[in-house]
Design a protein around this ligand. Sequence first.
Ligand code: NAD
Length: 510
Amino acid sequence: MTSNVTQPGDIREVAVIGLGLMGSGIAELIARSGRSVDAIEINQGFLDQGMARVRASLDRAVSRGRLTDTARDEILARIRPIDDVATGVAGADLVIEAIPERIELKKTLFAQLDEACRADAILATNTSSLSVTEIAGGTRDPARVAGLHFFNPAPVMKLVEVITTVLTSPETAGTLAGLSRDLGKTPVAVTDRAGFIVNALLLPYLNHAVHLLETAQATREDIDKAATAGLGLPMGPLTLLDLIGLDTCLAVLETLADEFGGTRYVHAPLLRKLCDARLFGRKSGRGFYDYQRKSTAADHELAPVPAEVALIRDRDGRLDELASQITAAGISVVSQPADETGLVIVAADPRHRVLDAALAAGHPADVVGVHFVEAGNGKPGLAELVLPDVTAAATAGRAAALAARIGLNAVTSRDRPGFLLEALAYAQFNDAVRMFQDGYASPADIDTAMMLGCGYPRGPLQMLDEAGAANVVSVLDAMHAATGDPAFTPVPLLAEYATAGTRFRAGAEG
Ligand code: NAD
């Protein structure tokens, strides 16, 4: 039987199952649109927690002047907390499932919904990565089942991925897309594939950040800062992992690994360890960061600023401005290191090791590479301070002190190709090209999804165009050569575009 509900306006009563991180946000969003919501949980304790989350979110909106007290009370009055699925879904035009990311739980629930829902109700899952087809396949009327994937926080993030299976009716898909627009969202239509657009691109990037942390490439703060200051993202990958929930991220990665295989989706061991320790991120009070303890980021003592710095200039003049900044701070700049210089700065290139320049300078223990990244939009850029492993600890301290003195927005990275920013970003750009190459989504849809689903200032393919495909290919080649990881091999389409000088977003605004 096919759904008769075809207009978003026909959806008046919505049952939201699971009032956790996502379900509470979805319930709030739907109730804000004037619809009634049956909010369903497994017991009273979880219902109370979920409703408290909804109330806290609405209270925040009131305290920011975005909602009146009366409007908040009306929204809350439209949400009916229920601890019994059958009662909660009986009158619903639409059911949105937001229970944990485990296929057997979801299949059991959908079998129950089959019995308890009206025949014309639409059944949607908010799964991030599980097979919607498998969930739908176990129901009597899979034409009315689809994915409706909201992003966290659901009331705020503008993207909704509407996922259809081979069995979903066009009416079901159309109603869900229309409803999404009615809720103020931008729907992107995709077919059923693990991770859809956003998570298939986001999760390997987050996992890569964990890998960089556990291999001591940089501190957690610097990994996060590289993404915010260098790419203009709203938060760094480790902060985002904590926000999404480490258990959810691990589950999504496992699904991606099952579907696609390959090293890019193999979870970093540290992610599993934190989950085993039940450090799931914000929702449990601690993940990569500790949300219970007040920040202990007290000013740690910086090393003394060196009196003299040797700057080994390159032909591109990339260090000219740095030389002026150092001189303006009253520190003398020399072109050749003497024994007492103590800090030698070379221009670092993410395609090459700084070590070679360090050896050429004859002072390997004193050398630090600097790589500047433009942030765009008038924001201060990022300076990556790159330390070969032979750099002395005292030298690293002097470089950090110098960076602080002249006001550089700096992060410190070990000397591995791609450093921090390019390693994280270019590997994701490669994944985005693979998605387009595979015919799953267009460059415009990929960019829209990442901008609206993850708050990217520009989509990954537009950023790739700006960085230059040929440049991205050479950094990826260097990463592949250094690690032997086939995940960093530029995909054929990227290599082809680099050779031909073709842009992925020709015509998109720069
Ligand atoms: P969560 O653990 O915060 O919440 C899940 C809730 O479901 C819990 O409160 C649990 O008590 C409840 N629950 C479990 N079984 C139930 C049942 N049979 N009936 C009713 N309630 C039940 O999880 P979450 O992060 O909100 O994720 C929920 C779903 O949304 C998952 O499929 C996840 O992949 C997806 N999702 C998560 C995010 C995110 O950022 N966390 C983003 C988009 C989608």
